[in-house]
Design a protein around this ligand. Structure first.
Ligand code: ATP
Ligand code: MG
Length: 565
């Protein structure tokens, strides 16, 4: 490509509404342009990168034996009624009506469509196992689209679905896909980690998310310093403290704590550590109010709370009015001592190990000191309901937990038989028996990867693409092409020979001043640059510079090819 014939549209200023570096640089490089909230046009430059990412994903999926197909993005409501997800999927589902008032959605994912395909196409165990995939545009009406293509509403996903006769076969393909993902993210040059993930409402057997490590990541990942244990923070288990609870030694005393509501305020006022306080939250589940107690320095984990039988997956914070009428105080003064018998008390393992603790007094502006479980406060259940924090012991017994930020770029999931059962997708086995299919699903956020890669590869001048996904691997910059025919001819020849040799080169023949030319080439992240100048030609050299290097080197034409080979 000659840049004089390309649509390059870089911007000097950092756009004010772009919060993270990848969003800023994608806009400045002119890779994407916003059409509406969470909806973007990929410019010719941006599309080159997006297609390179997609090509690597496609190659590795094919290598892993998956078969590419293409499903429609508009999906009839009836399929979603079969799995009851028309309602359950919630506000993210973009619902559409056609002229006959028939209802459809724009696909946020394709389990329904692929299971429909499978129930028609697959009849015999002999056709199994089989894995289908597609690379396609999805739409999810995200509550907060942000960070450009990182959390968009319309985005490009690779989604794959596998079908099996039994759980063992499903597990084998899961590990095949896990390896394929590892190859994909390695080829993309990403620093990533596979983490155990929550299987959520779908409730499959096993699930891993692949996270690119970056401070701007929306997810928190817990990993161990002493093993390869890594889990989404929502899932990471907070184990019981090694030390058993000490015997009660203090007497229960009510103290006045005027205007002290938060744990920090109360702990500061009473001059005790937050670790010696119990924090109580009242939730309303399906069958009434439930109290959750964690240590003052810990936070309740909503995903773990959702799994409590007493809350049965459906809960919200109890309202202040409800708390006032049942307990008799404001939320800042609740505690487990003397709660009405109708309110079960679920205590986190770390909070349960406290003796002589401070907690709310269930009267406004009042707390208890010297409180003890069993003696003063009823315990309905002791279980893990908190978020892990740095320094917790790793649940596998090796090392300590650390917390890092991650961007979820992929997800592998053993779905089991949930979809196949709901949609009656069966095959006949060897003995002619009807068997419900087992399924796995495997997603990759193709467009999100472009942004995630930038989050790991940039400097003050702009993007630094890994060679594998750069729009072009090398830029040839020509000084004064219009006035110097020899220089222009040498640059043209180098450009032609590099491309002929399979090294994707772009020729900057726009005739810009050197500084402007370099600024563009650096901003758009071309990993290698060669300058052709009159002085160089006279000396028989080209000025080569890697995007990550601080100095250029004068090298021969032969060496240019060797560097880029
Ligand atoms: P997230 O937790 O980030 O919302 P998800 O768990 O809803 O993602 P999946 O349903 O597992 O996502 O989708 C597969 C992949 O698609 C994700 O791993 C992610 O890389 C990508 N993806 C999901 N939502 C978006 C989005 N709004 N914008 C861009 N990519 C997305
Ligand atoms: Mg996910």
């Amino acid at each position: 490509m000659r840049l004089s014939q390309f649509h390059l549209a870089t911007i000097k200023e950092t756009p004010a509404d772009a919060e993270i570096v990848s969003h800023q640089l994608m806009l400045r490089a002119g890779m994407i342009r916003k059409l509406g909230a969470g909806i973007y046009t990929w410019s010719p430059l941006g599309l080159r990168v997006l297609q390179k990412v997609a090509a690597i994903v496609r190659e590795e999926m094919n290598r892993a034996g998956a078969l590419e197909l293409l499903m429609p993005s508009v999906q009839p409501r009836e399929l979603w009624d079969e799995t009851e997800r028309w309602q359950k999927f919630g506000g993210q589902l973009l619902k559409i009506k056609d002229r006959k008032q028939q209802e459809y959605c724009y696909g946020p994912t394709h389990e329904e469509v692929i299971t429909d395909f499978a129930r028609h196409e697959l009849n015999s165990y002999k056709q199994l196992p089989v894995t289908f995939y597609q690379i396609q545009t999805k739409f999810r009406d995200e509550i907060r689209p942000r960070f450009g293509v990182m959390r968009a509403r319309e985005f490009l996903m690779k989604d794959a679905y596998s079908f099996h006769l039994d759980a063992d076969s499903m597990a084998a393909e899961y590990s095949n896909m896990y390896s394929a993902y590892t190859r994909i993210f390695n080829r993309l040059g990403l620093r990533f980690r596979a983490v155990q993930a929550d299987t959520g409402a779908i409730g499959g057997n096993a699930s891993h998310e692949f996270h690119v490590l970056a401070d701007s990541g929306e997810d928190a990942i817990a990993f161990s310093t002493g093993s390869d244990y890594a889990a989404n923070i929502e899932l990471a288990e907070a184990v019981a403290p090694a030390q058993a609870r000490a015997a009660a030694s203090a007497t229960l005393t009510r103290v006045a704590t005027p205007h002290q509501k938060s744990i920090d305020e109360v702990a500061g006022f009473l001059k005790v550590a937050a670790e010696q306080c119990v924090k109580t939250m009242i939730l309303r589940g399906r069958d009434g109010l439930v109290a959750l107690c964690v240590r003052g320095d810990h936070e309740i984990n909503e995903v773990k709370a959702q799994k409590l039988a007493l809350l049965a997956g459906e809960f919200e914070l109890a309202s202040e009015a409800e708390i006032a009428s049942v307990i008799g105080c404001a939320p800042g003064s609740i505690g487990p001592v003397g709660l009405p018998a109708s309110v079960p008390v679920i205590v986190d393992r770390a909070a349960a190990a406290l003796a002589d603790f401070v907690c709310g007094g269930n009267q406004d502006d009042s707390h208890y000191c010297g409180a003890n479980w069993d003696r003063d406060a009823r315990v309905s259940e002791i279980t893990d309901i908190r978020k892990v924090v740095a320094g917790d012991p790793s649940p596998d017994g090796n090392g300590e937990i650390r917390i890092a930020r991650g961007i979820e770029v992929g997800h592998v999931f053993q779905l089991g038989q949930n979809y196949a059962r709901a949609m009656d997708a069966t095959v006949l086995d060897e003995s002619g028996q009807k068997r419900v299919l087992y399924m796995g699903c495997y997603g990759i956020g193709v467009s999100r990867i472009v942004a995630a890669s930038i989050e790991q590869n940039f400097d003050a001048a702009g993007i630094i693409w890994p060679d594998a996904i750069a729009p072009w691997r090398v830029a040839i910059c020509v000084i004064n092409p219009k006035h110097d025919a020899a220089v222009a001819a040498a640059a043209e020849a180098l450009y032609a020979d590099l491309n002929a040799g399979g090294i994707e080169a772009v020729l900057d023949d726009r005739g810009l001043r050197l500084g402007q030319m370099f600024a563009d080439i650096e901003l758009i992240g071309i990993p290698h640059r060669v300058v052709v100048s009159e002085r160089g030609l006279a000396a028989g050299t080209f000025e080569y510079r890697s995007r990550r290097a601080s100095e250029s080197e004068a090298i021969s034409r032969q060496q240019v090819f060797e560097r880029l080979a």
